[in-house]
Design a protein around this ligand. Structure first.
Ligand SMILES: C[S@@+](CC[C@H](N)C(=O)[O-])C[C@H]1O[C@@H](n2cnc3c(N)ncnc32)[C@H](O)[C@@H]1O
Length: 273
């Protein structure tokens, strides 16, 4: 990046943080820098780069998909763990209902993971990439006890609540605030989940999934994509197959397939070796 662009970037960081799109988000520095650097490479005028970065920030956070009141949710979790496993499941179910992708999945949650594990076997380690509220599905996922579950998201209050939940559940707290596009996790794992986010990542940076999928050190990758548009009117399957075909490097994966569920299609791939 030229010295002029670097200096523009520093100035725009402050403006991006001060704007109302950003308010209360606490997004990681790496995400803001990455967004601005990309927009500065696309636009000549810093003001245009800032405008475009703000629009992308809105898409990254997708406020329209729903969210929790994190302070209240933390208290509910504590109370549930004091009451017992049924209360914990009820509280997790209530959290999953707050977010579009997890709410939709509740209907077929157990089958979803059964079918996934029928492909990769019972994993001893899993990466949940851009996890959102999905970690609260752990009571239904049926991971073997002792399995390592790593969760990554860019929303710090979400990650803090997930960390509380993992600790209260007696699991290792392996949740992390991390932008998976800027720093793809390098942990070796049996499986990685990238659910309902790859198509939105493409809006941030076209073709970014190819580099992300390639960088992962996992035996199996499961990428789920929506079957229909948010308003339910358009069938998106062909478009999503295209996204997978464009981003999958066939030289890296020895087998692949699809699993169909009412709300999403899971595209899976198995690495060579
Ligand atoms: C639509 S939700 C998907 C949630 C989850 N994967 C599921 O299917 O239930 C998107 C989540 O991805 C997170 N996210 C978006 N971009 C990200 C990135 N580059 N790195 C890590 N997390 C990201 C958002 O903060 C949000 O929690």
């Amino acid at each position: 990046m030229s010295p002029q662009k670097s200096s523009d970037l520093e100035g725009l960081m402050a403006q991006l943080r001060a704007g109302k799109t950003y308010k209360g988000l606490e997004l990681p520095e790496e995400t803001l820098r990455d967004l601005l650097a990309l927009e500065l490479s696309r636009y000549k005028k810093p003001a245009e780069a800032l405008k475009s970065a703000r629009a992308k920030l809105h898409n990254v956070m997708a406020p329209y998909l729903g969210d929790l009141d994190y302070a209240q949710a933390a208290q509910e979790l504590q109370a549930a763990f004091s009451s017992g496993p049924d209360a914990v499941k009820d509280t997790c179910r209530a959290f999953l209902q707050q977010h579009d992708s997890t709410r939709e999945r509740l209907v077929y949650l157990e089958d979803f993971y059964k079918e996934i594990f029928a492909i990769c076997g019972q994993p001893a380690s899993v990466l949940d990439l851009a996890c959102g509220l999905n970690p609260f599905a752990l009571p239904w996922i049926g991971l073997p006890s002792g399995a390592r579950y790593y969760a990554y998201d860019i929303h710090p209050p979400r990650v803090a609540l997930i960390t509380d939940f993992l600790r209260l559940s007696g699991k290792e707290a392996l949740a992390e605030v991390r932008d998976i596009l800027v720093r793809p996790p390098q942990v070796e794992a049996d499986a990685a989940f990238l659910f309902k986010e790859a198509h939105r990542l493409e809006k941030r940076r076209k073709g970014c999934n190819r580099a992300l999928w390639s960088a992962l050190k996992v035996k199996y990758l499961f990428v789920s994509l929506p079957r229909r548009s948010l308003d339910g009117k358009r069938d998106l399957r062909e478009r999503m197959r295209g996204l997978v075909a464009d981003n999958l490097n066939p030289a890296e994966w020895e087998a692949r397939g699809e699993l169909d569920f009412p709300g999403e299609t899971v595209f899976w791939m198995k690495r060579h070796g």
